[in-house]
Design a protein around this ligand. Structure first.
Ligand SMILES: NC(=O)c1ccc[n+]([C@@H]2O[C@H](COP(=O)([O-])OP(=O)(O)OC[C@H]3O[C@@H](n4cnc5c(N)ncnc54)[C@H](OP(=O)(O)O)[C@@H]3O)[C@@H](O)[C@H]2O)c1
Length: 296
């Protein structure tokens, strides 16, 4: 029987630890971590994400500000608000929920966030820090994957990790984190993308297979080596007439058929997903406490 990696459990442990640390930070240094959240427009999924993040702040005792702006907000106004938050001492982290409306340049907005408050880890300065191994904010979903591997004592040293997907928010950062000369890295990493043809020639070599392709259930048992660890980042909606909602969520991995071949595997939902908010909260705490050593 494979180990089913329980992201809800690990996320709740991270949050429990943060709640206690937050209490101590307030008691000893009178610092309350603060997170500013910006939502532009009415994307229903974005509203749900922002609300979950706000609620996580409330549960931990963080200070939070939520600014919900209309779809047609001029870019200038978005940039001005970020500028204000950049110099607000109560705010240690700034998160602009993506995607932004079409008329807004996402890169320009990301660049406006002060790197030392960029708790999403999307600013090129933080990405550069990751690549050269300096302290900095690591993007939350990849950081959550490392936390899962650590919790389940899955060693990465000398292991062959194959990452499917090269997005800026998952594929590229997780690959970079795993080959770093660091205790949670030291892996040999291969990255696959759509130019790879039949990717089974790579995925079959993986001791740890990380899939972030956004293709429902496309990783089947013939992609996976016996005894591999499989981390499924994908979240896809597929039709399900049996469900009252008419759909269900599945990952990029055909879980039922792949799981029996694996040593350990993440389910969807309940695997990587719950880790993302937990790591955002952790980044915000690290920013407030100064433990990240950002200035280094
Ligand atoms: N759990 C979470 O919190 C979380 C967070 C972020 C994303 N996600 C989910 O993770 C999935 C990926 O998201 P993303 O933003 O990283 O994806 P993305 O920006 O859509 O990128 C997908 C990547 O997968 C590659 N790819 C797609 N089909 C492939 C195939 N058949 N063979 C090889 N490579 C293939 C693409 O290659 P090319 O570059 O060649 O096009 C691309 O690099 C989505 O389902 C998303 O919803 C979950």
């Amino acid at each position: 029987m494979p180990i089913i990696i329980d992201g809800k459990l690990v996320a709740s442990e991270v949050l429990k630890d943060l709640k206690e640390k937050t209490r101590q930070l307030k008691e000893k240094k009178n610092i309350v971590p603060g997170l500013a959240l910006m939502l532009v427009g009415n994307n229903p999924a974005s509203k749900v994400y922002v609300n979950s993040k706000r609620k996580a702040c409330e549960d931990l005792g963080y200070f939070s500000v939520v600014e919900h702006m209309p779809e047609d907000t001029p870019e200038k106004k978005i940039l001005e608000l970020i500028e204000k938050w950049n110099s607000d001492e109560r705010i240690h982290g700034i998160l602009v929920q993506l995607p932004l409306p079409r008329h807004t340049n996402e890169l320009k907005v990301t660049l406006k966030i002060k790197p030392s408050k960029d708790v999403d880890g999307f600013h090129p300065e933080n990405f550069g820090r990751l690549v050269i191994g300096l302290p900095g904010f690591r993007p939350c979903t990849p950081a959550g994957i490392l936390e899962l591997l650590k919790f389940y004592k899955i060693q990465t040293y000398g292991k062959h990790v194959v990452v499917v997907g090269r997005s800026n928010i998952v594929g590229k950062p997780i690959a970079n984190m795993l080959f770093q000369k660091a205790p949670e890295g030291n892996a040999i990493v291969t990255i696959c993308h759509t130019a790879g043809g039949d990717i089974r020639k790579f995925t079959l070599l993986a001791d740890i297979l990380i899939v972030a392709a956004g293709r429902p259930q496309f990783i089947t048992p013939d992609h996976v080596k016996e005894g591999a660890v499989v981390i499924d980042v994908g979240i896809n909606r597929i039709d399900d007439p049996a469900s009252p909602k008419g759909y269900k969520l599945v990952g990029d991995v055909d879980f039922d058929n792949v799981a029996p071949k694996t040593h350990a595997i993440t389910p969807v939902p309940g695997g990587v997903g719950p880790m993302t908010i937990a790591m955002l909260m952790k980044n915000t705490f690290l920013s407030a406490s100064g433990e990240l050593g950002y200035e280094a």
